[in-house]
Design a protein around this ligand. Structure first.
Ligand code: 8LH
Length: 485
């Protein structure tokens, strides 16, 4: 489709969406001009918007004024997108420290505190929790943005969307909720994380004819096990689409295929960071794995983690985000520390946005080094979950044998491998595949079915425990295969 129009639909600063607007059910795009315009033309409009957002933050936020002032920079200095790359990035720690000093929302709150209508936050498990203050205008913009991206996933007003993640501080749940509501779907805010809730989820899904599920990929796989244990084939639940965020998975081929097969459903990836909601600005635009960068919602640059300058398409780097619609706590060049690879926009994808073919596949700080090789947990997940007789969970233990780091992967089997010989052969096969993919050997240890706890939220599978190695070896002696040569 060739679009010559140069004006984007409902593109104003500050944002003011028509909440009654909705495309016809058979329309592919929510906003066809915005989504299919020439990338160069979009970049011109994005630059103008970035300048407006920076001018707004400069005049309303002591935080940004001080930060940019210290760098000798004013919004007027940003005349090109290359100039914008020189704006210093914001680190999450800076936001935390600023909130501690300027409670409760920090001096990057650009509206009067009484305008905040909704509070979310980080869990605060690793330090002082950070509060997200959302005013009414931002709440509506986020709902509109999420509705638009969910539309691209094929979700329609006739759908019933179950929110299967915690309805608490977690922005993921609320974003999916208000997006589904704005889209006109029936929303079922079921939540997750309380005792017995998973089985109830399965029953309610069936009872209410839920057609769309939102949660984390790990939780979806757990739900499938719970359903089977209750004698219900997950394929018969009738869920025609499942969209995910929060962790790598929906763009990791083996996990994606597993979910698609066990539920007989279509799988969509989405998600960035709570601070830059609409977090679905990284969201699927079709049935293929990977996510688009919906640049007119949140401007994304994939940057060199050291220089923090934008990398050419085809490169791997860390996303740096700038919200283009947030007025309460705008984020301007927020550093994610995540990892991805990006590709140039292509009209063949139906939307002319840059593309992340493998989604977000790790965090810089989750990466560990074994014998000089950089290793990301999602690469291990990909191999292990693709194995026949995989029992549904695994753990990655970084350990130490003498002076050498060792990689140990404990993998649950499904009980169908027979005796010790079968287990040993199974471990050898997984170990060989890991060596091919990772470039280093891994010790694979078989673990009985249902050994590891299942998660209802984001999975935590990596244990960095250099002392655990010997006790593991002692406890599973006989049925292991050392892939380390
Ligand atoms: C992801 C993904 C993804 C998030 N693939 N890694 O879920 C949406 C938002 C609200 C969220 O999870 O925000 P939160 O809690 O601030 O966590 C952000 C981190 O979660 C992000 O930096 C990534 O490391 C990870 N993440 N969505 C892979 N689709």
């Amino acid at each position: 489709m060739t679009v010559t129009a140069t004006r984007m639909e409902q593109w104003t600063w500050p944002p003011a969406y028509d909440d009654d607007y909705r495309p016809a059910d058979d329309a592919t795009h929510w906003f066809p001009v915005r989504e299919t315009m020439a990338p160069d033309r979009r970049d011109e409009l994005l630059l103008a918007r970035i300048q407006e957002v920076m001018a707004y933050a400069w005049s309303t936020s002591p935080f940004y004024r001080a930060k940019w002032g210290a760098a000798g920079l004013e919004p007027g200095d940003v005349r090109t997108l290359e100039d914008f790359e020189r704006v210093p990035v914001v680190h999450k720690d800076e936001l935390r420290a600023d909130q501690a000093e300027h409670e409760p929302y920090g001096s990057y709150l650009c509206v009067p505190p009484r305008d905040v209508r909704h509070v979310n936050g980080t869990s605060g498990t690793t330090g002082r929790p950070t509060a997200f203050g959302v005013n009414g205008r931002d709440w509506r913009s986020i709902a509109n943005a999420h509705a638009r991206v969910m539309w691209a996933m094929g979700i329609r007003p006739s759908d019933t969307v179950l929110i299967g993640s915690p309805l608490s501080l977690y922005w993921g749940s609320w974003g999916a909720y208000i997006g589904a509501e704005r889209l006109g779907a029936t929303v079922f805010p079921f939540g997750a994380g309380t005792a017995g809730q998973s089985l109830r989820t399965v029953h309610w899904m069936r009872q209410m004819g839920v057609t769309v599920f939102y949660g984390t990929p790990s939780y979806a796989l757990h739900l499938a096990e719970v359903a089977r244990d209750a004698g219900i084939d997950p394929r018969h639940l009738g869920v025609r689409r499942m969209f995910f965020s929060g962790e790598p998975g929906a763009s990791v081929p083996s996990i994606r295929e597993r979910i698609a097969t066990v539920f007989d459903t279509r799988v969509y990836d989405s998600g960035s960071m709570a601070e830059v909601s609409p977090w679905m600005h990284l969201g699927a635009g079709s049935d293929e794995p990977g996510v688009l960068c919906w640049q007119d919602l949140v401007h994304t640059d994939v940057c060199d983690p050291t220089t923090l300058r934008r990398l050419p398409y085809g490169s791997e780097g860390t996303p740096v985000y700038t919200t283009l619609e947030r007025t309460a706590q705008p984020m301007i060049r927020l550093l994610s520390n995540d990892l991805t690879r990006w590709e140039a926009p292509s009209a063949e994808r139906g939307r002319t946005y840059p593309f992340l073919p493998r989604g977000i596949y790790g965090r810089i700080d989750d990466m560990f080094v074994v014998r000089g090789e950089n290793i990301y947990p999602s690469a291990i997940d990909e191999v292990v979950m693709r194995s026949d007789n995989y029992g549904g969970e695994h753990r990655i233990v970084i350990s130490r044998d003498g002076a050498m780091d060792e990689l140990v992967v404990q993998v649950e089997h499904d009980g169908g491998l027979g005796g010790e010989g079968g287990l040993t052969q199974w471990c050898a096969t997984i170990s060989g595949r890991l060596r091919t993919v990772l470039g280093v050997g891994a010790k694979v240890l078989p673990v009985a079915p249902q050994t590891f706890a299942r998660t209802e939220f984001k999975a935590r599978r990596v244990i960095d425990d250099r002392d655990l190695f010997r006790s593991l070896e002692a406890s599973t002696a006989g049925a292991s295969t050392d892939g380390v040569s």
